[in-house]
Design a protein around this ligand. Structure first.
Ligand code: ADP
Ligand code: MG
Length: 312
């Protein structure tokens, strides 16, 4: 790495460690993290590529936030507590103002969870940003996709489809009151605390990055079960309700991605223990596949053309 890149890392990305698990941070060939006995290290990576995952006119502060948020959302869905991240940056040029804003957005969210940026890599090329996030979860307690049980109730946090509507606004859809849906698209809040609260309550959990039908589909496949969803119970904002009335695009809350809410299943006898903002939207049953109860009619998702196996 060239000297200028080293000073760039020092200037924009090096700060004193805050997390007690960080025993060695930026500066050596590797960072060192201690993992307390009886805990497992949960690890995830997500990459964002310009023109694929974000628009060239994106606000760099929002981008720093979102890159970290999408990674923390994966930790949240496992019920892991974030401790540290590494950052791989591929930059077409060294733009100090861009780096300043990007790191401000990233650290503002990192500070919420006392997590450290402990290392990374910096290269030159088309703008590509990658974070690897690490978290702790008590051994054997992580919320996996494979353990939903017949009879479990299905829940989601927050509302569905707002980020998708924010994307439509970016693409030219005109509406009043677009601030909150744009915020959901640009600066999603990972449901880290919610994930931690679901430990010992939820049987299975996933975060909604590709859309409710697709992501719940992963739980169903991996748990070898099916589900019946109640369309009228899906939590939607007044903006999304208005959009659906205007466009008849009623599949938005099922299809739209990037909400980064959690979808999880809970045995009915534990439902009273839930103490987070969430909505019951259906039930796990043994008939495989996903079905939708809409206006008292039951339709199979396959006949709606849903296919959750995406190319990438
Ligand atoms: P090496 O060549 O040994 O891989 P580098 O010269 O790439 O090391 O990096 C020097 C130090 O700076 C390392 O500790 C590395 O983890 C850290 N680093 C490099 N790029 C970044 C980045 N974008 N964010 C945070 N730390 C970084
Ligand atoms: Mg390196």
């Amino acid at each position: 790495m060239a000297v200028s890149e080293f000073s760039l890392i020092k200037r924009f990305f090096t700060r004193p460690a805050k997390n007690k698990q960080t025993t060695l941070s930026i500066g050596d060939d590797c960072a060192l993290l201690s993992v307390p006995s009886a805990y497992e290290l949960a690890i995830t990576t997500d990459t964002m590529v310009e023109n694929v995952h974000f628009f060239p006119d994106v606000n760099p502060e929002d981008l720093g936030h979102k890159l970290l948020a999408v990674n923390l959302s994966d930790l949240a869905s496992m019920g892991a507590k974030p401790i540290a991240v590494t950052l791989a940056l591929t930059l077409p040029e060294v733009n100090e103002q861009w780096l300043q804003e990007f790191s401000t957005g990233l650290f503002a969210l990192a500070d919420k969870y006392q997590l450290d940026l402990v290392g990374g890599d910096t290269t030159s090329g088309p703008l590509t940003l990658s974070i690897q996030a690490m978290g702790l979860v008590k051994s054997g307690q992580a919320l996996k996709r494979c353990s939903a049980k017949v009879g479990d109730l299905i829940y989601v946090t927050g509302t569905l489809g707002d980020a998708g509507l924010g994307l439509k606004v970016k693409q030219g859809y005109q509406m009043h009151d677009s601030e909150s849906v744009l915020a959901q698209f640009n600066k999603p809040l990972p449901k880290v605390n919610e994930g931690l609260q679901l430990l010992n309550i939820a049987n299975a959990c996933v975060d909604i990055s590709d859309g409710l039908a697709a992501d719940l589909g992963h739980i169903l496949d991996m748990s070898a079960v099916g589900a019946l969803l109640n369309y009228e119970q899906l939590p939607v904002s007044k903006q999304l309700r208005h959009y659906i009335e205007q466009t008849q695009d009623w599949e938005m809350p099922l299809r739209a991605g990037e909400d980064y809410e959690l979808c999880f299943t809970v045995p009915p006898e534990k439902a009273f223990e839930l103490d987070i903002q969430c909505t019951c939207i259906g039930v796990i049953d043994k008939q495989q596949g996903l079905r939708l109860n809409k206006q008292e009619q039951i339709v199979d998702f396959k006949t709606l053309g849903f296919d959750h196996f995406k190319e990438i």
